[in-house]
Design a protein around this ligand. Structure first.
Ligand SMILES: [Zn+2]
Length: 439
């Protein structure tokens, strides 16, 4: 939703807005996939056959869940586009603009009033899909711990966060001012302007936005904390910023992530992970997360999405100009700088972001693999890493190439497990690829 999907996506790479995190295909979870322990001590004394085990654990039920998730991931951008076109074609967007302009004289007030109506209308139109994907489906497969009221409250918070971030701060008003002042070059100014917005959003997300949804506190388990600090010292990072978050309020899934940068950068473990994983598995997960930290993946993400936004805003400008000339009269506006064009900008950015998914996921899978390499090099916990992957994931371990390219932000599980078991350069006297001890 909104022309700001890019920014939401951008924040998503850093661990994600709540919305991006909830819809991520990959870090599915947990409960049923506990067979690893049974086979981890194989009778022959050799390495357990995790690949066969993962295939066996991918039950028809897991397959059905995974298929539905992938289906939803493909469907939802087109659903959003239809919702945006509906706002345009019914003249609702033009009417919302008229209401805003009748109440306020200045562009700030008008933009804020229009945005509030737009967010509310989008919320209602998208409710069927967000309810199904975010609530009903998760409950059907026993993955959610959230009541309907709590879930609905979180959706309300999403609307409020968007209204504040883009409306109250005046960002959207500024964007429309730029579109009016520079009818042909606005895409360039907006793309340039998105760089500090992406960076600022990444900075404040862990401090301001995440605590709206969950409670964060420094990791409590002192014994585990000491081990993580030792690991962090080996990895060469300040290990002070390790937090746990009460995700068990919402889900049974397991996860951990790094977000923020500078003073706000931190590693966060979901309490579900602490509850359901063994110590060596948690350390393997932490080492992967430390890899994101040490290898500066957050900065690389900010740079990647800033570059991408130039291409997206450029193409969006072309499409918006064409569509305004062709359909604008019917939709109730003649210029792109008319507030009523917001759904059009949203539609174009959603479409272009979907087309860019192979690129975005390709970038993400590359950095995820790098973090896997780092984790193994720093811990040598190959077996624990494989077990941790198995516990973290219930999505299709061997998706088709098409699904992988469009929807997988992490390498598919069988690839990750094979790599985790096989990768031991230290046994062959070869140098590490990414972790340089003492550097
Ligand atoms: Zn990762």
């Amino acid at each position: 939703m909104l022309g700001i999907a890019v920014l939401v996506l951008a924040l998503g790479v850093a661990g994600g807005t709540p919305a991006a995190r909830a819809s991520a295909v990959s870090p599915v979870p947990a409960s049923g996939v506990g067979g690893s322990e049974a086979t981890s001590a194989s009778p022959s004394g050799g390495a357990p056959d995790y690949v066969s085990q993962v295939r066996a654990d991918f039950t028809p039920q897991n397959r059905a869940y995974s298929r539905t998730r992938v289906g939803l991931a493909f469907l939802s951008p087109f659903y959003d586009i239809l919702a945006g076109l509906l706002l345009l074609a019914t003249g609702l967007s033009a009417r919302m603009r008229d209401v805003a302009c009748a109440r306020f004289r200045n562009i700030y007030g008008r933009t804020l009033a229009y945005l509030a109506q737009f967010l509310l209308a989008s919320f209602v139109l998208e409710l069927p899909l967000s309810f199904y994907g975010g609530f009903a489906l998760e409950h059907r497969y026993g993955l959610s711990t959230q009541s309907f009221g709590a879930w609905f409250g979180d959706q309300g918070k999403d609307v409020a966060v968007n209204l504040f971030f883009f409306g109250v701060t005046g960002l959207l008003a500024l964007a429309y001012l730029v579109i009016r002042k520079s009818p042909t070059r606005w895409w360039l100014w907006l793309a340039l302007g998105s760089i500090p917005v992406i960076a600022g959003g990444t900075l404040i997300e862990p401090l301001v936005i995440d605590p709206l949804y969950n409670k964060f506190r420094p990791l409590q388990d002192q014994e585990l904390r000491a081990k993580i600090l030792t690991l962090a010292a080996r990895a060469g990072i300040p290990g002070r910023n390790v937090y746990e978050v009460d995700k068990s309020r919402q889900t049974k899934k397991y996860n951990a992530y790094v977000n923020g940068f500078g003073p706000s950068q931190r590693i966060v473990l979901w309490d579900t992970t602490l509850e359901g994983m063994k110590e060596d598995e948690i350390l393997a997960v932490m080492a992967h997360e430390m890899g994101h930290y040490v290898l500066r993946h957050i900065w690389k993400g900010i740079a990647f999405f800033s570059l991408l936004s130039f291409a997206l805003f450029y193409c969006s400008g072309l499409i918006a100009r064409w569509a305004t000339a062709r359909f604008g009269a019917r939709w109730g506006f003649r210029e792109t700088h008319d507030l009523a064009s917001l759904p059009l900008l949203g539609v174009t950015i959603t479409l272009l972001s979907f087309l860019a998914m192979p690129l975005i996921n390709g970038f993400s899978r590359t950095v995820e693999h790098e973090a896997d390499v780092f984790g193994l090099e720093v811990t040598h916990l190959n077996d624990a890493a494989a077990r941790a992957f198995i516990k973290q994931n219930k999505s299709d371990p061997e998706p088709s190439g098409f699904v992988k390219v469009f929807e997988y932000s992490h390498p598919p599980m069988i690839e990750r497990i094979r790599f985790a078991i096989r990768y031991r350069p230290w046994m062959e006297g070869k140098p590490n690829r990414v972790f340089k001890p003492g550097s």
